[in-house]
Write a protein that binds this ligand. Structure first.
Ligand code: AMP
Length: 148
């Protein structure tokens, strides 16, 4: 069975170019549509809910930076256009699953570092996405590019 619409989830690190290259090849081979998403996580999730300071300015800056990185990527990759790049705010698993359903995507493409040790204990976005996924998930192996 071929796929018709791929949702590419990227973390906006250098690794995302690798995921995008793989997505491009897949889309060419299968003649399918692509949608891209990056999810900005609420800072309160990273620092805990009871931080005694206003994080809204930092949060705005984080969102602006993410948007400008997305705009640069859209210019660099032939696969991307302004109208298929989405910036979402919230918990990555929830937002990626939601967008996959809303856009009728039948494949979610992510990167995977194949981490172990502490990172494995903490879990990874890729592992998290598997639970309750609305469609298939393909993880692009990024491990050979890791220096650690
Ligand atoms: P990680 O578990 O953080 O190493 O991320 C694994 C993969 O999940 C990344 O290569 C991306 O494909 C995806 N991912 C991680 N964080 C995000 C995010 N905030 N928004 C969208 N995709 C993400």
């Amino acid at each position: 069975m071929a796929y018709s619409h791929i949702l590419i989830a990227i973390d906006l690190t250098e690794d995302c170019h690798r995921v995008l290259e793989r997505a491009h090849k897949l889309c060419q081979a299968l003649s399918c549509q692509a949608t891209l998403v990056h999810v900005v996580e609420p800072l309160t999730m990273a620092f805990g809910g009871d931080v005694p300071m206003d994080l809204s300015l930092l949060q705005d800056q984080q969102t602006e930076q993410a948007q400008s990185k997305l705009n640069i990527l859209a210019e660099q990759h032939a696969l991307l256009k302004e109208n298929n790049c989405h910036l979402r705010y919230g918990q990555p698993r929830q937002e990626i699953h939601l967008l996959a359903k809303e856009s009728n995507c039948d494949l979610i493409l992510v990167g995977s570092h194949g981490r172990h040790g502490l990172a494995l204990l903490l879990g990874s976005t890729t592992k998290d996405l598997l639970s309750g996924a609305p469609c298939d998930i393909l993880a692009v192996d990024l491990s050979e590019h890791d220096d650690d």
